[in-house]
Design a protein around this ligand. Sequence first.
Ligand SMILES: Nc1ncnc2c1ncn2[C@@H]1O[C@H](COP(=O)(O)OP(=O)(O)OP(=O)(O)O)[C@@H](O)[C@H]1O
Ligand SMILES: [Mg+2]
Length: 419
Amino acid sequence: MRRWLTLLVAATTSLVLIALLVPLALLVRTVAVSGAVSEAESEAESVAVVVGAVDTETLRLTAEQAEHPVTVFLPGGEVVGDPAPRSTAVELASRGRSVTAAAPGGREILVAVQGAPGGTAVVRVFLDDGRLTRGVPQVWAGLAALGLALVGLGVLVGDRLARAVIRPITALAGVSHRLAAGDLSARTVPDGPPEVHAVGVALNHLAERITGLLAEERESAADLSHRLRTPLTGLRLEAESLADPEEAARIEARVDALERAVTSVITEARRRGRERAECDAAAVTGARVAFWSVLAEDQSRHFTLDLAPGPLPVKVAADDLAACVDALLGNVFAHTPEGVSFSVRLEATGGGALLTVADAGPGFATPDPSQRGESGAGSTGLGLDIARRTAESAGGSLSLGASPEGGASVVLFLPAVTP
Ligand SMILES: Nc1ncnc2c1ncn2[C@@H]1O[C@H](COP(=O)(O)OP(=O)(O)OP(=O)(O)O)[C@@H](O)[C@H]1O
Ligand SMILES: [Mg+2]
C-alpha cells in the first residue's frame, strides 16, 4: 500500500508538472526566437539607413562592424559584406518587400531599401540557429531540474503520509492476530487518520466484548455444573439409607468421586481465562501415566513410558493437557482388548513438545475418528476432538495414524511457551 501511495503521488505530480512545464518551455523558446529576430531586424534597419548615402567601401566597413553577418545586395548585382547566395527570398525582397525566411542553418532577415540609386537594394542579416535559441537549453535544463526536484519532494511527502497511515493499520493487524490466537489481553492504541483511529477503537471494543462474553459463558457453565449438586445430594442420601453397608460404602465412594469431578468442573470453568495457559508437559504426562498405570496392571497391559527430561513448557493449561492424556489413554483402555500393550512418548522438538500415544490393538476402523460426536463404540465421541481442540487452540495439531504393531497411534504437537 505504501508503494502504491508513493507511486500515485509520483504519477500525479509528474502529470501536473508536464502540463505546466512543457508549455512553459515552448513559450521560453518562442520568446527567445522573437527577441533574436527583432534584434537582427533593428540591425538590418540601421544598415539600410546608410545604403545609398555612403560609398561602397564605407558600406562594407559598416557591414563588417555589425554583430551578425550582414550582406547588402546592391541594385546593380554587386554584393557587399558577408558573402551569401542570392536566394528566392532575396529576389522577393528586391521587389520592395521586407521578409524573414528560413535559410540553411538559420534564418535570413531581409530589408528592402527603396530609393537607392539604380533600384531596390536588399540588406540581409543572417541569424544562425545557435543565436536564434541563445540561452534556451540552459533555461530548459533549469526547468527539468526544478521538475525532478518537485517530483522527488512529492514522492517524499507521499511516502511519509503513507507510512503514517500504514503504521496503525499494521498494528491493528497484529492485535487481530493476537486476539485470534487466543490472547484476549491484546489491545491497540488507536492512532492514525480518523477512519483508522475508529477501527482501532472498534477493535478494542470487540476484544472487550469477546472477553466479557467468554467470562459470562464460563460463569454459566459453572452454574450449570452446580445444578448437578442437588441430584448428587439426593443420591448420597439414597446410598446412606441402603441396607447393605458394603454396597452403601461403594456407592458413597462413587458419589464422592462424582462430586469431586463436578467441583473441579466448576472451579475449572471459573478459573479459565484468568490464568496464562502453560504447563510443564513432562510433569503432567508423567503424573497421568502414573495414574493409568494402576489400571494397566489390573488389565495385564504392558506399557512403555519415554519421557523427555523436563521441564518442557508448552502453551496448554495443566488441566487441559491432563484431559488430553486421559482421553488418549482412556481410548486405549476402551477400544483395545485387555492385555494389549501401549506406549507413551514425549519428546522435545524445536518449537514445542510431541506427545505420541500408540497401542498394539486393532487400530482405527474409520478414516477420521476424531469427528466430534462420532463414536465407533457407542460412547459420546468427544475424546479425540477434545484433544485436537486443545492442541489447535494453542497453535498445535493432532494427527492420527498406525503404530508399528498395527494399532492406533495419536500424535499431539504442543507449541512451546513464547516469552
Ligand atoms: N486406541 C484406539 N484404538 C482403536 N480405535 C480407537 C482408538 N481410539 C479411538 N478409537 C476410535 O475412534 C473413535 C473416536 O474416539 P473418541 O475418543 O473421539 O470417542 P469415543 O472414545 O468413542 O467417545 P468418548 O471418548 O467421548 O468416550 C472411537 O469410537 C473408536 O472407534
Ligand atoms: Mg474416547
